[in-house]
Design a protein around this ligand. Structure first.
Ligand code: KIV
Length: 272
């Protein structure tokens, strides 16, 4: 018998697990600031990711690597102040959890204490096992991230589709199982073949959220600035643009400049 899913006043890690159990898809978007987070949360999104894509989108870096823990805490605390409903997951930045599980725990604790985030996300599988175990032992929920993991971009060399070859696909499947076994509450799969992603989602009981991983998973995530069409140089196949804000904002800015230069703004009603 299928049980009707509850409408969640506040989304928790438990809600996400129930959503998977009831075959209800999970919608996740990024936010890095108060104003955007307020709009995204008010629209009814399930999960907000304070992604390290802030490094690209907010700071203009080519990769996610330069983002610091202090910067991530600043972004996440701005988002948290806006939220009424969504679960807020915060990326652990590059260099704050790889290699040393004690400093990984210290980084995760700083995120939770100083930003008020609800969970952390970490890229990688067996190679970061010790850090995952230590962070989970402190009661901090972890979302895993496999496939294209942008923090390892210099190892891959390109942002092309991952795990097309059998060996890499096998390692990804093993890592996914391991993350579930260790206690991660969900998993992001980025830019891998749809068939492989579907297989992983079917094999796991925790929710699998895809980006460029097809429709056979339990939910989807996009970078908000990409789906709004603000980052107009970026055209991956998986990206659906819901607006062309780059053009709309440019038009608005041009009209404002014209109005100021011509003396049309402000008019009689727009002054004291
Ligand atoms: O940082 C980010 O925005 C991400 C998503 C692409 C999943 O990790």
């Amino acid at each position: 018998m299928s049980i009707a899913p509850k409408e969640y006043k506040r989304v928790t890690v438990k809600s996400l697990s129930e959503m998977k159990a009831h075959a209800k898809k999970i919608a996740m978007l990024t936010a890095y600031d108060y104003t955007m987070a307020k709009i995204v949360d008010g629209s009814g999104i399930d999960v907000i990711l304070v992604g390290d894509s802030a490094s690209n989108v907010m700071a203009g870096h080519e990769t996610t690597l330069p983002l610091t823990l202090d910067q991530m805490i600043y972004h996440a605390s701005s988002v948290i102040r806006a939220i009424k409903r969504a679960l807020v997951v915060v990326d652990l930045p590059f260099g704050t959890y790889q290699g040393n599980s004690k400093s990984a725990l210290a980084s995760a604790i700083r995120i939770m204490k100083e930003s008020g985030g609800h969970a952390v996300k970490m890229e990688g599988g067996s190679e970061i096992k010790e850090s995952i175990v230590r962070i989970l032992s402190a009661g901090i929920p972890i979302m895993g991230h496999l496939g294209l993991t942008p923090q390892s971009i210099y190892k891959f060399g390109t942002y092309t589709v991952r795990a097309k070859e059998e060996e890499e696909a096998q390692k990804l499947k093993e890592d996914a199982k391991l993350l579930e076994k260790l206690g991660c509450f969900a998993l992001v799969l980025e830019k891998i073949p749809a068939k492989l992603a579907e297989e992983v989602a079917k094999d796991l009981t925790i929710p699998v959220i895809g980006i460029g991983a097809g429709g056979g998973v339990d939910g989807q995530v996009l970078v908000t600035h990409d789906m709004l069409g603000m980052t107009h140089e970026f055209h991956p196949r998986f990206l659906r643009r819901y607006l062309d804000l780059y053009t709309e904002m440019s038009d608005a800015f041009e009209r404002y400049i014209e109005d100021v230069k011509s003396g049309d703004f402000p008019n009689e009603k727009e002054q004291y």
